[in-house]
Design a protein around this ligand. Structure first.
Ligand code: IVH
Length: 702
């Protein structure tokens, strides 16, 4: 291209048009097809050229120029939004009995007597995607997806195109709160879903399996005008950070939502007893088929907000709400084969390969058979006709065999005693706590077993663990196969090795990997070099360490070094460290054993050494560490009268304390209720500070 300063307007016009066309084509490939053909740097260079041209010849700037259109900037997907109040999920009840048990738990926690009324608010459980909408002084300023509950994606622009989302709260002459985050579900109506699929099919574009997927695909469009064309809708049912709550009950707040201009599901209602709530479930279930949107159950919330507040949360869900899903849908089909899958912890899981069958609108071709015992108990054989069921998103299950249809030649299934992947022995371990044999048969190959190694890596990068964009199960499989990634640390050295001189097998030459995709991947990996402690512990994939237990460990040890140091002590100190681990409220023997075993394994220590050369683990931040009990260890004993034990514990943990079940020299406080016994004696012996219940409540300011 000629020097800019010597270009005539005519020449500039030609260049501008060429650049604009090129950029538009790249935008389309990047935003719409997810298949970019140039690197970020090359794209930026084109943009720089067009901007310079426009600076020199401002008359070239047109409203549709790629420098002017919304969403034309090459963002790496969506920005992140830290939720100020976590977005949680719900516990499930599977039948009326479990709903009644929910009520009992609520009453017990709050210390209510049987004659005190506990009203529940019943709402249909909308099968869509949850979103959080932030309003400041009544104006919609930001919207986010749930993400991992702590951090979501910024989808503000897309949400602006949702049909029943008010951009301004309808104040009706009253004050609106300074800050209000409305939460609810984005969904697509059945009618819009069918119309969209028809239109997609017509132009040969991809169709969606169900309205939820269609809503998800539409909401995650990088071009917000596409989202706006999809007719997405929104039901409001919850809230996040708020400067004031407009009401005393769930139903009050939903009324206010309606006044502000939101859609609130009109099948929702107050139920004054649990029996009434169970009735509401049946009513809503009967209406299900006639609704123009998908629901997958009913959510019950304690109606009084002061009670909701006291009940609080346990790990990822509120104690004051529960979801009752509709019963599973059923079908009959034939088992064509039984395959054995080997999981991250070596568990051998049998999976039935089915003759494909439609269950509740979804084609099903696999069902889990859980374990060896289940196959024996139900006498499931290859060739059998079986009844299967599917509930929600979970993998379908076999209910029973239709014995009348069993082929005469069939034989019982022979469960393997060696790992089908690596050939190591597969054994049923003895459970230390119960002394009984485990139901699960496990491969003893550890990391020499390809399946275990790959599954651990997949877990390491999964959504609730490292959550690396562009590095999913598929890529891990392929990278492992080629020897590029065989342990977690390899993920972080991928870029260095890829760009090493003389390397002929660069990622960008691989099928399905454009240059841009590769640079995005390296960026996404780099973004994860500082990892929260609880996420990291979870990512290690230690048996029994789910997100809840990972958080417990993080809260107690505060740094990874401290956890690792404690668990790699030897001799007598190892015993002490083990007891300390067991002393954590919520950590039982099976969990403690699994953690100990993990750190005792030399291969794991080597894996950690290599990984810690590449990443930094952040110190755990105790919630509300300005509280007087943050970081303190407390034990409750005796009978408590001011609050139930569960509420005491929840409150203490919420203020950053560790609640332990046993007294040791590390205990900071023993809170002794009436009739305190041996723990009180022990505390006095060790010089641990003993508080009465009232003194404790005064200390925490509750
Ligand atoms: S309340 C803290 N209410 O179900 C309470 N959730 O399994 C948060 N959902 O993530 C949720 N309808 O996406 C609530 N009426 C309703 C709902 C509802 C659908 C979804 C929501 C949530 C998931 C939990």
């Amino acid at each position: 291209m000629k020097e800019l300063s010597s270009l005539s307007l005519e020449e500039a016009k030609v260049n501008h048009q060429r650049l604009a066309e090129e950029l538009r084509a790249h935008d389309e490939r990047y935003y719409l097809e997810d298949e970019p053909t140039i690197s970020d740097a090359e794209y930026d260079e084109l943009r720089r050229q067009i901007l310079e041209l426009e600076k020199r010849f401002p008359e070239l700037v047109q409203p549709d120029s790629p420098t002017q259109t919304v969403g034309a900037t090459p963002t790496k997907g969506f920005g992140k939004v830290q939720h100020r109040v976590a977005m949680l999920s719900l516990d499930n009840a599977f039948n009326s009995k479990e709903l009644q048990e929910f009520e009992i738990r609520v009453r017990r926690f709050l210390g209510l007597t049987g004659d005190e009324e506990v009203a529940f608010f019943a709402e249909p459980k909308i099968d869509g995607l949850s979103a959080s909408l932030r309003y400041e002084k009544g104006a919609f300023i930001q919207g986010a997806t749930r993400g991992d509950g702590q951090v979501g994606e910024d989808i503000t622009e897309n949400l602006k195109g949702v049909v029943d989302l008010p951009l301004k709260l309808n104040a009706n002459g009253q004050d609106v709160p300074d800050v209000f985050e409305v939460r609810g579900e984005v969904y697509m109506s059945d009618r819009d879903f069918l119309a969209l699929n028809e239109a997609q099919a017509e132009i040969g574009a991809k169709t969606f399996a169900n309205p939820r997927n269609a809503a998800a695909g539409s909401l995650r469009q990088l071009d917000s005008s596409i989202t706006a064309s999809r007719n997405l809708r929104f039901f409001a049912y919850a809230w996040g950070e708020v400067s004031e709550v407009p009401g005393k009950t769930q139903s009050d707040v939903l009324k206010q939502f309606k006044n502000w201009g939101f859609s609130v599901n009109d099948l929702s209602r107050v139920c004054s007893t649990m029996a009434d709530a169970i009735g509401a479930f049946k009513e809503i279930e009967e209406l299900r088929a006639s609704l123009d949107y998908d629901i997958d159950g009913v959510v019950f919330k304690v109606n009084r907000l002061d009670w909701q507040e006291r009940l609080g949360f346990v790990s990822r869900s509120p104690r004051w709400a529960i979801a009752h899903k509709f019963p599973a849908e059923k079908a009959t089909t034939v088992i064509q084969d039984i395959e054995i899958q080997v999981g991250r912890t070596g568990a051998l899981t049998p999976v039935a390969r089915l003759q494909p069958v439609t269950v509740g609108g979804v084609v099903v071709s696999n069902a889990t058979l859980h374990n060896e015992e289940e196959i024996e108990r139900k006498d499931i054989r290859i060739g059998d006709t079986v009844r299967i069921q599917r509930a929600g998103d979970v993998i379908p299950q076999v209910i029973e065999v239709v014995l009348d249809k069993r082929p005469s030649s069939s034989t019982p299934f022979d469960f393997p005693t060696v790992c089908p992947v690596c050939g190591s022995h597969a054994v049923k371990e003895l459970n230390a706590a119960t002394g009984k044999e485990d139901v699960v048969r496990r491969c003893t190959g550890g990391l020499i077993c390809r399946a275990q190694a790959v599954e651990r890596l997949k877990h390491f990068v999964s959504r609730n663990a490292l959550d690396i964009d562009g590095l999913g199960a598929k890529q891990i499989e392929a990278f492992y196969e080629d020897g590029l990634v065989t342990q977690p640390a390899d993920i972080f050295t991928l870029e260095k090795r890829d760009s090493a001189p003389g390397n002929l097998t660069r990622l960008k030459n691989r099928e399905g990997f454009g240059e841009k995709a590769v640079s995005n991947l390296f960026q996404a990996i780099d973004d994860r070099r500082n990892i929260d402690l609880d996420r990291f512990i979870y990512a290690l994939g230690i048996r029994h360490i789910g997100q809840g237990n990972a958080r417990l460990l993080a809260r107690n040890y505060l740094t990874f070094d401290a956890l690792r140091e404690a668990l790699t002590r030897t001799g007598e100190d190892a015993g002490k460290a083990y007891l300390e681990l067991l002393g954590i409220d919520g950590i039982g023997e099976a969990v403690a054993d699994a953690v100990r075993e993990f750190f005792n394994e030399e291969k794991n220590q080597e894996m950690l050494d290599a990984l810690l050369d590449e990443v930094s683990i952040l110190e755990f931040e105790a919630p509300q560490n300005d509280s007087p009990i943050a970081g303190k260890t407390v034990v409750f004993t005796g009978s408590l009268e001011l609050m139930t034990r569960a509420e005491m514990k929840a409150k203490a943990e919420g203020l950053g304390a560790k609640v332990s079940g046993s007294i040791s020299a590390k205990t900071d406080y023993l809170v002794a209720g009436a009739k305190a016994g041996s723990k009180l004696k022990k505390a006095e012996g060790l010089g641990v500070k003993v508080l009465s219940e009232q003194e404790w409540v005064d200390l925490i300011g509750s």
